[in-house]
Design a protein around this ligand. Structure first.
Ligand SMILES: NC(=O)c1ccc[n+]([C@@H]2O[C@H](COP(=O)([O-])OP(=O)(O)OC[C@H]3O[C@@H](n4cnc5c(N)ncnc54)[C@H](OP(=O)(O)O)[C@@H]3O)[C@@H](O)[C@H]2O)c1
Length: 334
C-alpha cells in the first residue's frame, strides 16, 4: 500500500482510506461480523487510515469500528472522525460551538474505545458559530492531547482559507485536510476547492470516490436502479446527485479501460482520482470484504497518464467563470 503525507503535515496515511459509513447502516450497510472482516482485510493489506463520523448510523459505525479494532495496534493507525450533525434534539447537540465540539469528541472517544483521535474533522460549516470559537475549541482539544490534527469537510473554498487565516492570527492549529465529494461523475471541487486545498497545504480526502457504487458499472441506465440496491434505497439523494445521461458515458469508459487493463471498474475509478494533483487519499466504502479487497489493489496500482486523460475527456469538464475568462485573456499579461 502506497503512503502519502497528509497535506503539509508530517502525518503519513495510506492512499486508500477505509470509509466506514456502511458499518451498521440498515439496508445498504453491513453487520459487525462483516465490518470486522472489512477492517482486518484493510489493515492486513497495509492500510492505516480509517474514517468514520459520530452521525454514521447514529454512533453505531464508531462503536462497530471500535470493536473491529480490538487486537490491532492503536498507535499504528490513523483514526479520523467528525462532528457537526445533530446528535440529539436538544439545543446544543449540533454544529461547531465549543460546547458541542467538546461533547461530541468525548462521545466519539467513548464509542471508539480510544483516548485520542488522529484527525478530528468538522463535518460541515456552521453559519451560526464564529469561526474563531470553532478554531480555538479544536486547538484546545489538540493541546489537551485528545486530538492530533484537525481537518474540515464540505467547506466552501473561502471558508477553508478564512479558517486557516483565523488560525494564523490566533496562533492555533490549522486544517491539514479537506474531505469533499470527488469522483469521476462529480468534479465540482476542481473549480475552487481543490486549488484552495493545494494553496493551503491541505490534503484532499475524496468521499464517495465510486459515486456510491455507480462507477462499478453495475447500474443499468435504461432500467433504473433496482429498489433494494444502494442507489435505489437512497434514490432521493443519489439520483439527483449522479444519475445523468453523461454519467453513463463516463461509466462505459471506466468499464472499457478496466477490461483493457485487466482491472476492475472500481480500481480504475479510484486510480483516476489518485492521480489528480492535490488528492491525498480516496475514502473507499465497502459493504463486503470482497469489495474492499478489490479497492485495495488501487493502493498499489497506478493508472497511466494516458488513461487518466482519456477518462477526464469523456465529458469535458466545464471549469466555469472566471477560469474561462483567464484562459482567454491570460496571454495579455504574459
Ligand atoms: N464527509 C462527508 O460528508 C461524507 C459523505 C459521504 C461519505 N463519506 C465518507 O466516504 C466514505 C465512502 O463513501 P461511500 O460509501 O459513498 O463511497 P463509495 O466508494 O463511492 O461507494 C461505496 C459503495 O460502492 C459499492 N462498492 C464498493 N466496492 C465495490 C466493488 N468492488 N464492486 C461493486 N460495488 C462496490 C458498495 O455499495 P453496494 O454494494 O451497496 O452497491 C459500497 O458500499 C464513507 O464511508 C465515509 O467515510 C463522507
Amino acid at each position: 500500500m502506497k503512503l502519502r503525507y497528509l497535506g503539509r503535515s508530517g502525518l503519513r496515511v495510506s492512499r486508500i482510506c477505509l470509509g466506514t459509513m456502511t458499518f451498521g447502516m440498515e439496508g445498504w450497510g453491513c453487520d459487525q461480523d462483516e465490518a470486522t472482516k472489512i477492517t482486518n482485510a484493510f489493515i492486513e493489506s497495509g492500510g492505516n487510515f480509517i474514517d468514520t463520523a459520530d452521525m454514521y448510523s447514529a454512533g453505531v459505525s464508531e462503536e462497530m469500528l471500535g470493536t473491529a479494532l480490538t487486537g490491532h495496534s492503536r498507535d499504528d493507525l490513523v483514526l479520523a472522525t467528525k462532528c457537526w450533525f445533530r446528535m440529539k434534539p436538544t439545543a446544543n447537540a449540533k454544529g461547531l460551538s465549543r460546547k458541542h465540539i467538546c461533547e461530541a469528541l468525548e462521545a466519539s472517544l467513548r464509542r471508539l474505545g480510544t483516548d485520542y483521535i488522529d484527525l478530528y474533522q468538522v463535518h460541515g460549516p456552521d453559519p451560526f458559530t464564529p469561526m474563531e470559537e470553532t478554531m480555538r475549541a479544536l486547538d484546545d482539544l489538540v493541546r489537551a492531547g485528545k486530538v492530533r490534527y484537525i481537518g474540515c469537510s464540505n467547506y466552501f473554498a473561502w471558508q477553508m482559507v478564512k479558517a486557516n487565516s483565523i488560525s494564523a492570527q490566533l496562533n492555533t492549529e490549522r486544517f491539514i485536510s479537506g474531505q469533499h465529494m470527488y469522483n469521476l461523475l462529480r468534479r465540482d471541487v476542481e473549480r475552487e476547492i481543490l486549488p484552495a486545498c493545494v494553496d493551503q497545504g491541505m490534503g484532499m480526502l475524496c468521499w464517495s470516490p465510486l459515486a456510491g457504487g455507480m462507477l462499478c458499472g453495475k447500474y443499468d441506465a435504461e432500467a433504473g436502479p433496482e429498489k433494494d440496491s444502494r442507489v435505489g434505497l437512497r434514490s432521493a439523494i443519489d439520483l439527483p446527485r449522479y444519475w445523468r445521461d453523461e454519467s453513463f458515458s463516463i461509466i462505459r469508459k471506466v468499464v472499457e479501460i478496466a477490461e483493457e487493463t485487466d482491472r476492475t471498474p472500481s480500481q480504475v475509478a479510484l486510480g483516476w482520482l489518485l492521480q489528480q494533483p492535490g488528492v491525498t487519499a480516496v475514502i473507499a466504502g465497502a459493504r463486503t470484504q470482497q469489495q474492499i479487497e478489490s479497492s485495495l489493489i488501487a493502493g498499489e496500482w497506478d493508472v497511466t497518464d494516458e488513461k487518466v486523460e482519456q477518462l477526464s475527456n469523456v465529458v469535458p469538464f466545464d471549469e466555469g467563470y472566471p477560469r474561462d475568462w483567464i484562459n482567454t485573456t491570460f496571454s495579455n499579461i504574459e
